[in-house]
Write a protein that binds this ligand. Structure first.
Ligand code: SAH
Length: 236
């Protein structure tokens, strides 16, 4: 396994780059890719920047230029469900681009020529991430919606829920990574710590929460994830 780890913001990945052994930095396409060993796993960490295009470009380059075989996206998201509260973790089982609409040519949300409106994450990676997150905080699994908007204006989350009732969390990159990985045949998973309720308080204390809570959770989850992969070794 050569694992690509993407986050949108520096604070979401804080600590992981420092934990990389024998780090080697490559600059490409306005991104800094740091390759090294992360607790025995061959890994490449990178910040995608915010939004679907930025995330799609980063995922494609991780695969095509840095040869990663698996991708995990770790970051924060707004809650899309009353049972999902700030400080919980949502592990995606499916992702949808909530702002995609090529109707009437294609059904709303469907990505043309894939026949899909939702992309499923890799079951093994997702199980392993959820198990890695379980000791850290409360974990939910389900649908994450991505779009090129910070959801926080009055009525925004309600409209999104009316259109896609099963959404657990909203963010701005996951479903783009999902589409790239689907098209390139790369197993991937997305894990998000809930930073806000996607309402008018959403921007308040957002960065403070990421720095103090979400970055620590991301670090612990990835640590548990990497450690859980070690194969039993036999003496002969
Ligand atoms: N206020 C921040 C903006 C960050 S954009 C700043 O000044 O830098 C929000 C980032 O966190 C995106 O990468 C997105 O994936 C995630 N996110 C967290 N809460 C969100 C919400 N309510 N709606 C959309 N994205 C959200």
């Amino acid at each position: 396994m050569r694992l690509g780890i993407i986050s949108a913001l520096a604070e979401e990945q804080h600590g992981l780059i420092e934990a990389l052994e024998s780090p080697f930095k490559h600059f490409y396409g306005m991104r800094e890719y740091t390759a090294g060993k992360l607790w025995e796993i061959d890994a490449v960490c990178v910040l995608s920047r915010i939004g679907k295009v930025a995330a799609a470009m980063t995922a494609a380059i991780l695969v095509e230029k840095f040869g990663v075989t698996h991708i995990v996206f770790t970051g924060v998201a707004g809650s899309g469900d009353k049972n999902v509260t700030v400080g919980d973790i949502v592990v995606a089982e499916q992702l949808i681009q909530h702002d995609f609409d090529a109707s009437p040519l294609f059904p709303r949300f469907e990505i043309p020529l894939t026949g899909l409106s939702q992309f499923a994450t890799d079951v093994h990676l997702t199980d392993r991430l959820a198990a890695a997150a379980a000791p850290v905080t409360r974990v939910h699994r389900g649908l994450i919606a991505s779009g090129d908007q910070f959801i926080g204006k009055p009525g925004q989350i309600q409209a999104l829920k009316a259109a896609i009732p099963s959404v657990l969390a909203v963010e701005m990159e996951g479903a783009a990574v999902a589409q790239v990985c689907f098209e390139l045949g790369i197993p991937f998973a997305v894990i998000r710590t809930i930073s806000d309720n996607a309402n008018d308080d959403a921007a308040v204390d957002f960065m403070h929460f990421i720095k103090t809570v979400a970055s620590r959770y991301a670090f612990e989850v990835i640590y548990n994830f990497c450690k859980s992969g070690s194969e039993p070794t036999f003496g002969y």
